[in-house]
Design a protein around this ligand. Structure first.
Ligand SMILES: Nc1nc2c(c(=O)[nH]1)N[C@H]1C(S)=C(S)[C@@H](COP(=O)(O)OP(=O)(O)OC[C@H]3O[C@@H](n4cnc5c(=O)[nH]c(N)nc54)[C@H](O)[C@@H]3O)O[C@H]1N2
Ligand SMILES: Nc1nc2c(c(=O)[nH]1)N[C@H]1C(S)=C(S)[C@@H](COP(=O)(O)OP(=O)(O)OC[C@H]3O[C@@H](n4cnc5c(=O)[nH]c(N)nc54)[C@H](O)[C@@H]3O)O[C@H]1N2
Ligand SMILES: [Mo]
Length: 746
């Protein structure tokens, strides 16, 4: 509790916020908007973390971005502020409409906003000319209502933050095991003998996961990390809830093995481990020792093992070492941990998914885990660690530009309307349509589209050319300052706030975490302004004004979210008794077939893939040109995506600034530069477009030579729209080819 108090003070949270924090991730409280990590069995021993505190404090701030704030400055003037400065102004309080004459946002009545939005949407030549974006904070109820409205309107255009996030995980997992979600539960972390953490920085982005890793390390589980950067949280960790550890300023070693591959080198590294496992199997067989492979799993459950084995044998160690940047010995040592452990979990996040070859890399992770049957039994499995707190739930309830036939059929039968069958736009397709003029309207359910997307300068311009832009948001951000011809900012309740219906009853929403647990969330704070509406109510208002109530009585659903949940239950498998089970302390688990070794794949089996390694990764290409580097863009300890809380990145020793480039000291020497030198970072994507991020400072760091790193979203101007993951279409924001231009040429 003491550390909690200290953190609250550090976060500058008003005292009322302390009560807010105590209710995070409680059975009768709200779901922490921080991340999608699971909640423990015993809701009473509440779990919080430093960054969860920040996320809650950010929303529960007492600052307000009122109409007076918007009256003081023109939108062009506001555009000069950074996201950090913008969001410092606090919570939005009024619905606002853009006035082009004065270049200002002015207050508007809700009914007027809904009517105008409805009339513009109705007037579009074709519903496919509108793009409906979602950021992963929306509750299941809001997201379900949103997709229902958009489909009644007539399109599947659902660009979603997950297109830039875990898209590759969903695709690869569906191919490999038939379910696009992780197969483990939180409890499995208590039983795993080894945990492989690939391309993820939980110390900053999933701090509660670090607690589980720490407990695993303390009971002797081995933790193998693959990360180009030495992330402090993954090396050692002091638990703020462990009084003795805090008093002694002690810490627990987390990683037993820390491997630093080159950017994009993970598929090669994992293939190397698979090679070592197959070699160990041969040795064991020759010596008459027990098998290393799980032959009965392979025979009973898997398809394609022989082809996979052949492709591993065809991959040389030279190729593996060159592409991964790791030595054969290091890889074999990691493989040895895998071989000796009876139960293994593999987790991963953006360091794996935001590359050109993410889908094949995740297939390779699955291949590797199949070798010893590490899926569908206690203490073992695949665990893509999701980002936004309800990004997984949003997908489950229908935010999907390529919906399945079964889901569309269910909607059609249940609601009796003709659903649009044609696939819609993902994020990159939506941007393409905005740029070529075929899109006319953008509606954003949360998020900061212009800043989170690649080539952000281009996207900003594209937004401003639209007929209509609508942002449903809690705080002002840059996307709001790119108004279309008609533009609205619609302020909504956050998750920490009470959502009362007309009869004064508090409404419950629900979310799904990375472990497919669905649980309830009810805010406890007074709304930031009496004018705020819930996301559900806003969607219902727009829907009513656009498509009327012939198919769905929107107002009736907004009045009682139990009714929305009844519709979810009727159209989506797994939600039986939704309203009842949701009210149990920990909610309920959505059945995951793969976790029960039921494979909903075309072969009916867990499917091996057998592709060759990528011909070249970004670092292999960068190495060929003089002065070229492979850049990854990641998060600091003091930000939530495009929301910057502060300018420090404590674990990496950076204070008071964000325009930095982490680089190996020898690389600095090689380009004749030193720590602190300032440069412009120049994009080297071969499409002839000039991309420059100006005025960055070098920070020498423990990172492989040739690979560099810096913060998102400042570097998004360098992420090319034309570079996207194979199959996933995810912007490759962790493999950008760049060079430097000197600023202080002395
Ligand atoms: N506090 C806080 N919490 C968050 C967020 C936040 O911004 N702030 N964002 C949320 C969201 S939406 C998401 S998606 C998650 C993101 O969670 P993470 O995936 O942890 O996010 P990143 O900061 O992008 O970190 C990527 C990590 O992968 C490593 N990496 C980069 N490239 C490679 C590679 O090629 N190979 C390997 N092995 N490693 C690589 C980087 O060095 C870095 O440690 O966190 C969620 N939680
Ligand atoms: N270069 C680069 N680009 C990236 C990434 C990267 O690693 N590198 N990561 C990608 C990833 S993983 C993701 S998920 C995306 C994130 O992309 P987004 O989800 O679009 O961005 P956020 O920064 O999370 O959105 C922040 C805004 O959401 C609004 N908001 C906050 N809470 C609520 C709420 O409860 N309701 C509503 N309606 N609005 C709310 C606030 O107005 C806030 O300004 O960015 C992607 N872009
Ligand atoms: Mo994300």
């Amino acid at each position: 509790m003491k550390s909690c108090g200290k953190q609250l003070l550090q976060s500058g949270m008003p005292i009322s916020g302390a009560r807010t924090m105590l209710k995070a991730n409680q059975p009768d409280g709200f779901d922490c908007p921080g991340c999608a990590w699971g909640d423990p069995e015993h809701g009473s021993s509440f779990e919080f973390c430093e960054n969860g505190v920040k996320a809650v404090a950010w929303e529960a701030t007492e600052k307000r971005a009122t109409p007076a704030f918007f009256a003081k400055r023109t939108v062009s003037e506001l555009r000069q502020l950074s996201d950090y400065e913008l969001e410092l102004n606090g919570r939005l309080t009024h619905p606002m409409r853009y006035d082009a004459t004065s270049d200002r946002y002015l207050p508007v009545a809700w009914e007027v906003a809904f009517a105008e939005i409805g009339s513009i949407l109705k007037g579009l030549a074709n519903p496919d000319r509108a793009e409906f974006y979602t950021s992963g904070r929306a509750s299941n109820e809001a997201a379900f209502l949103y997709q229902l409205f958009v489909r009644v309107y007539g399109t599947n255009n659902f660009p979603d933050c997950s297109n830039m996030c875990h898209e590759a995980s969903g695709i690869a997992m569906r191919q490999a095991v038939g379910v696009g979600k992780g197969t483990v539960l939180l409890e499995d972390f208590e039983e795993a003998e080894a945990i492989f953490v690939i391309g993820q920085n939980p110390g900053t982005n999933h701090p509660r996961m670090l607690g589980d890793l720490r407990r695993a390390a303390l009971r002797g589980a081995r933790i193998v990390v693959f990360n180009p950067i030495r992330e402090r949280g993954l090396e050692r960790f002091s638990d703020p809830q462990d009084k003795i550890e805090m008093l002694r300023r002690g810490s627990t070693d987390i990683a037993s093995h820390y491997l630093q591959p080159q950017l994009g080198g993970d598929m090669a590294a994992i293939r190397g481990m698979a090679k070592a496992v197959l070699a160990a199997e041969e040795v064991a067989a020759a010596a008459g020792l027990p098998s290393v492979l799980d032959h009965s799993f392979l025979a009973e459950h898997c398809a394609g093992f022989a082809e996979y084995k052949a492709s591993v044998e065809a991959t040389s160690w030279a190729e593996i070492e060159d592409q991964s940047g790791l030595s054969r010995e290091e890889i074999e040592r990691a493989a040895d941990v895998y071989i000796k452990a009876e139960r293994v979990i593999c987790t991963w996040a953006m360091g794996v998914t935001q590359h050109l070859h993410s889908v094949s890399t995740i297939r390779e992770i699955a291949n590797f885990m199949f070798l010893r049957g590490n899926i569908g039994r206690p203490g073992a499995g695949l665990c893509p660690v999701r980002g936004h707190s309800n990004v997984q739930g949003d997908r489950t309830v229908g935010i999907d530009e390529k919906p399945s036939k079964d889901f569309l059929d269910a909607l059609e039968t249940h609601f009796r309307f003709t659903v649009p069958r044609q696939h819609g736009h993902n994020v990159l397709a939506a941007i393409g349509a905005m740029l070529d003029g075929s899109a006319a309207a953008f509606i954003g359910l949360g998020g900061n589209f212009a800043r989170a997307t690649p080539d952000s300068a281009l996207v900003e311009k594209a937004l401003r050319r639209l007929k209509l832009t609508v942002h449903i948001a809690t705080k002002p951000n840059h996307s709001h300052l790119m108004p279309g011809e008609t533009a609205f900012i619609l302020p909504c309740l956050g998750r920490t706030e009470m959502d009362l219906n007309a009869t004064g009853n508090s409404q419950l929403v629900s979310v799904e975490d990375s472990m497919s647990m669905v649980h309830g969330s009810a805010g406890i704070n007074r709304p930031a302004s009496p004018l705020l509406l819930s996301e559900v109510a806003i969607i219902a208002g727009i829907a009513q004004a656009t498509v009327g109530s012939a198919v769905v009585d929107w107002a009736e659903l907004a009045e009682d979210y139990d009714r929305i949940r009844d519709h979810i239950e009727a159209t989506i498998p797994g939600f039986e008794d939704y309203n009842k089970r949701l009210r149990k302390p920990r909610g309920f688990h959505l059945r995951n077939a793969a976790a029960h070794r039921k494979w909903q794949t075309p072969t009916g089996k867990a499917s091996f893939s057998c592709q060759a390694l990528p011909e070249q990764t970004v670092h292999q290409r960068a190495r060929k040109g003089e002065g070229r580097f492979a850049l990854q863009t990641f998060r600091s300890h003091d930000q939530y995506n495009t929301t910057v809380y502060g300018l420090d990145d404590r674990y990496r020793g950076v204070y008071g600034e964000r325009q930095v480039i982490f680089i190996h000291p020898e690389d600095l020497k090689a380009i004749n530069a030193k720590a602190g030198d300032r440069v412009d970072v120049v994009g080297e994507h071969d499409d002839g477009i000039e991309r420059v991020a100006r005025d960055f400072r070098f920070v020498p760091y423990d990172i492989p030579r040739g690979s560099i790193a810096g913060y998102y979203p400042e570097l998004n101007v360098l992420v090319p729209l034309g570079s996207a993951g194979e199959e996933s279409d995810t912007p490759t924001s962790k493999s950008i080819m760049v060079s430097f231009r000197r600023r202080n040429a002395a």
